[in-house]
Design a protein around this ligand. Structure first.
Ligand code: PMP
Length: 310
């Protein structure tokens, strides 16, 4: 198989059954390993979908500059897609995201604008969005995909992430859980699973210090990529029946365990997802199937608490 470019090799990531983390009497847990995706995360899919759709609609052309406010992986995905397609890109991100993310965006040839996060990530993301909107207002060549509002973000998960999961799993899926950044993953995958398996139990997962769907306050936390302190427009709030709260300590411990016992190198939000999946698997019991995602690779966390002491 020869691919015309790296984007053609995107997706079709493996679904892996957890072994050491499986608990007797619990449902099996299948994880979709996006760390091995092109670009190292699930967000290459959404970057591609948002840019392709904008091209098809005629919203962007050869002179366009793609500007996006993001807490990280979406910026890396867009920088990669723009590198292949030949667009200029500028990514606006909080200074609280890992330095690896900033360096990767620059490495793919995009510009980076950093906005100071004084401990209120929601306020900082809003400031990133305002800066992108100001750039668009000042320059007609600027296109802002707006992942938090863009339906193509959802479509990427409905038509790719979700369909890959249902193609790989034989028989029904009884549980699905996901942390929420833009809400694209939980809404897009959730909608397809609900259509095929109406009884599937779907849980939203929130960091303990940014549990805003649960009515909590917004604080700093270590689960980068989720809990951005806002309720995104594209989040389908009817898709989940429960909200599961995971602490930073549990997320990090679980991400470490995934590496040490399963050989799955992944980021902190993968630990969040699996910590929640274990609770959902316990609730559903033996003979059932729970699916979740490992949204990114652990290699963009060397400078963070995930690798502390190593
Ligand atoms: N985990 C990580 C590491 C991410 O970068 C993202 C995307 N922000 C998510 C989880 C959540 O994905 P979504 O935006 O689809 O809710």
């Amino acid at each position: 198989m020869i691919y015309d470019n790296v984007l053609a090799a995107m997706g079709r990531t493996p679904l892996i059954r957890l072994q050491s983390l499986a608990e007797p009497g619990s449902a099996e847990i299948l994880v979709k390993y996006e760390g091995v995706n092109v670009g190292g995360s699930v967000k290459t899919r959404t970057a591609w979908q948002m840019i392709e759709a904008a091209e098809k609609r005629g919203d962007i052309g050869p002179d366009s500059v793609i500007v996006e406010p993001t807490s990280g992986n979406q910026g890396i995905g867009l920088a990669l897609v723009c590198a292949v397609k030949g667009y200029r890109a500028c990514i606006i991100m909080p200074d609280s995201v890992s330095v690896e993310r900033r360096k990767l965006v620059r490495h793919y040839g995009a510009d980076v604008v950093v906005v100071h996060d004084d401990g209120d990530i929601g306020k900082c993301i809003e400031e990133c969005i305002a800066r992108a909107e100001a750039m668009a207002a000042a320059d007609p060549r600027v296109f802002v995909p707006q992942q938090f509002k863009n339906e193509d973000n959802l479509f990427a998960h409905r038509y790719h992430t979700a369909l890959e999961i249902v193609e790989d799993v034989e028989g029904p899926i009884h549980g699905f859980c996901s942390g929420i950044g833009t809400g694209g993953t939980i809404s897009g995958v959730g909608q397809i699973l609900k259509r095929l398996y109406p009884d599937v139990e779907i849980w939203a997962v929130e960091p303990e210090n940014a549990a805003i769907l649960s009515g909590g306050g917004i604080g700093t936390h270590l689960q980068m990529g989720i809990g951005d302190g806002l309720i995104p427009d594209i989040l389908d709030q009817d898709i989940y029946s429960d909200i599961c709260i995971v602490s930073d300590e549990e997320a990090i411990a679980t991400a470490r365990e995934l590496a040490r016992t399963e050989g799955l190198l992944c980021g902190v939000s993968s630990g969040t997802n699996v910590a929640a999946a274990k609770r959902l698997a316990r609730k559903l019991g033996a003979g059932k199937t729970v699916v979740t995602l490992l949204p990114d690779t652990g290699e963009r966390y060397f400078s963070t608490a995930l690798f502390d002491g190593e």
